[in-house]
Design a protein around this ligand. Structure first.
Ligand SMILES: [Zn+2]
Length: 425
C-alpha cells in the first residue's frame, strides 16, 4: 500500500489546484464573451492581474516577517480566496453579458447611462476642481441586489448593481425607479475617490464652524450629528439630481412613499425617507426654477401631513420633529452647495454640480478603456496584497438596506406583500 501523503502536502496540492481552476475559469469566460467588447476587456484585465499574482509574484509577495502566523501555502490560499471573491462579482457581471443573454440590450443601455453620468461628473470635477487622477474606467452595471461595489481599488471599473425591476417590461414605473439608482451610485463611486471630501465638508459646514454669538443648543447639536452621518448619502443625492434633474427627483420622491410607520425612521447613514426629496428639491431650485416649482408643489401635497411627526432616530430625551430636522437639513444642503473646499480645488460642490448638469460627453471607444491589470509604477509585489484587500463595499441608495429587503418585492411587482406602499400596482 502506498503511504498516505502528509497533510501539508495535500494542502499545497489543493491550493495549487484552486489557483489553477480560478485561472481556467477566467480564461473560459473570456473566450465566451464577444471579442472587442468592454466586458471582454475587463475580464482580460482581471486575467492579467490574476496570472501575474498567482503565477509570477506569489512567491515574492510572501513575507514571513510580515505575516508570521501564515505559512507559505496558507498565504497563497488567502490570496487565491481574495482573488476568487472579486472574481465572483466580475464573473456575474460578465455572465450577464454573455452572447444570447436576453438582458443584453437593457444592460447596454444601463452601462451607457452609467458611463455618461460618471463621465459628466468626472469631467466636471476635472474642469472645475482640477482633479485629474480620478479613475476613467466607467462603472459597469449588473442586475442584482441593490448595491455598489468596487472591483479592487479605483483602478478597476466599479460595479453598480441595479434591481431586477429594471428588466420588468410589465412595470414601467419599476423600470424607471430601478434605473434612477444609477446616478446616485455613480456619485458614490466618484466621491469615494476623493477621500477627504466628507471630512472637510463636515468640518466646514458644521454649526460649530459658524460664527455666532449664541452657543448652539443641545438640540441643534443633536440634529447636526444626525444629519452629518447622512452626509455621504446627501451629496450622492445632490449629484444624482444635478445629473438627471427632475426625473431623478420624482423617482426619489416615489421611493419615499414607503409604509407610513417607517417614514420618520432612518438608519445611521441614510436620511429618513420623508426628508430625502427635499434634498433633491433644494438642488433643483439651484439649477432650474421651473422644475423646482412643479416638483415642490407635488412634494408638499404628499408630505405636509407627516412633518409634525417626531423624528425617531434620536434618544427619547431629545424631542425633534421632522419639520425641525427638515429646516436644518435644507440649511445644510445650501451650505454644502456654496462652501468652497480645498478638496475640490477651492471650488464649491455647487459649482461642480452645475458644470456636471450642463456637461455633454461622448461615448468612449473600447480601445480607450484603461488597463488595470498591471501593477502601478514603482509598486512592490507585496503591496499587491493591499490592493487585493481594497474596498469592496456595499452601499445602498435606499433609506436603509433592511427597508429595501422588505420592499423589493413591491418594487418589482413580484407580489403584493406590502399593501400600503403606493408602488404596488
Ligand atoms: Zn447611497
Amino acid at each position: 500500500m502506498e503511504p498516505i501523503e502528509s497533510r501539508p502536502k495535500i494542502f499545497v496540492k489543493r491550493v495549487d489546484a484552486e489557483s489553477e481552476s480560478l485561472l481556467y475559469d477566467i480564461a473560459q469566460l473570456k473566450n465566451l464573451l464577444s471579442p472587442g467588447s468592454a466586458i471582454q476587456h475587463h475580464v482580460e484585465q482581471f486575467e492579467v492581474l490574476a496570472t501575474r499574482i498567482l503565477v509570477d509574484e506569489i512567491d515574492s509577495m510572501y513575507d514571513s516577517d510580515r505575516w508570521p502566523d501564515l505559512d507559505r501555502s496558507t498565504f497563497k490560499s488567502v490570496i487565491v480566496s481574495l482573488l476568487a471573491s472579486n472574481w465572483v462579482v466580475l464573473r456575474q457581471v460578465a455572465l450577464q453579458r454573455a452572447p444570447g443573454n436576453p438582458y443584453l440590450n437593457v444592460l447596454q443601455s444601463l452601462d451607457d447611462k452609467s458611463e455618461e453620468d460618471y463621465e459628466r461628473l468626472r469631467q466636471a470635477l476635472e474642469d472645475v476642481s482640477g482633479l485629474k487622477n480620478l479613475s476613467n474606467s466607467p462603472p459597469l452595471v449588473y442586475l442584482g441586489p441593490i448595491a455598489r461595489l468596487s472591483v479592487f481599488d479605483e483602478k478597476g471599473p466599479c460595479v453598480i448593481s441595479t434591481p431586477f425591476g429594471v428588466v420588468n417590461q410589465q412595470n414601467a414605473l419599476a423600470q424607471t425607479l430601478s434605473t434612477q439608482t444609477i446616478p446616485h451610485e455613480v456619485a458614490h463611486a466618484i466621491f469615494e475617490e476623493i477621500p477627504d471630501l466628507l471630512d472637510e465638508l463636515k468640518f466646514r459646514v458644521s454649526i460649530d464652524n459658524k460664527p455666532s454669538a449664541v452657543e448652539p443648543t443641545k438640540k441643534q447639536r443633536a440634529m447636526d450629528s444626525v444629519i452629518f452621518n447622512w452626509l455621504n448619502e446627501i451629496i450622492a443625492d445632490m449629484a444624482g439630481t444635478a445629473l438627471e434633474g427632475e426625473a431623478f427627483a420624482r423617482s426619489a420622491a416615489i421611493i419615499m412613499t414607503v409604509p407610513e410607520k417607517i417614514i420618520a425612521r432612518a438608519d445611521q447613514t441614510h436620511p429618513a425617507p420623508l426628508l430625502r426629496p427635499y434634498i433633491h428639491a433644494q438642488v433643483l431650485k439651484k439649477l432650474s426654477s421651473d422644475a423646482a416649482a412643479s416638483f415642490n408643489k407635488s412634494l408638499d401635497k404628499g408630505t405636509s401631513k407627516f412633518q409634525s411627526q417626531p423624528y425617531e432616530g434620536l434618544p427619547a430625551f431629545i424631542d425633534v420633529s421632522l419639520e425641525e430636522l427638515l429646516t436644518r437639513l435644507v440649511e445644510i444642503v445650501d451650505r454644502i452647495w456654496d462652501t468652497e473646499l480645498k478638496t475640490l480645488g477651492g471650488s464649491s460642490l455647487g459649482k461642480v454640480l452645475t458644470a456636471a448638469a450642463h456637461k455633454k460627453v461622448s461615448k468612449r471607444a473600447i480601445d480607450e478603456l484603461p488597463n488595470w491589470g498591471d501593477p502601478e509604477e514603482n509598486q512592490k509585489p507585496e503591496d499587491e496584497v493591499l490592493r487585493l484587500l481594497g474596498p469592496v463595499e456595499l452601499v445602498s441608495p435606499l433609506p436603509s438596506p433592511q427597508l429595501f429587503e422588505s420592499e423589493v418585492c413591491c418594487w418589482v411587482g413580484a407580489q403584493k406583500c406590502c399593501p400600503h406602499t403606493l408602488l404596488v400596482s
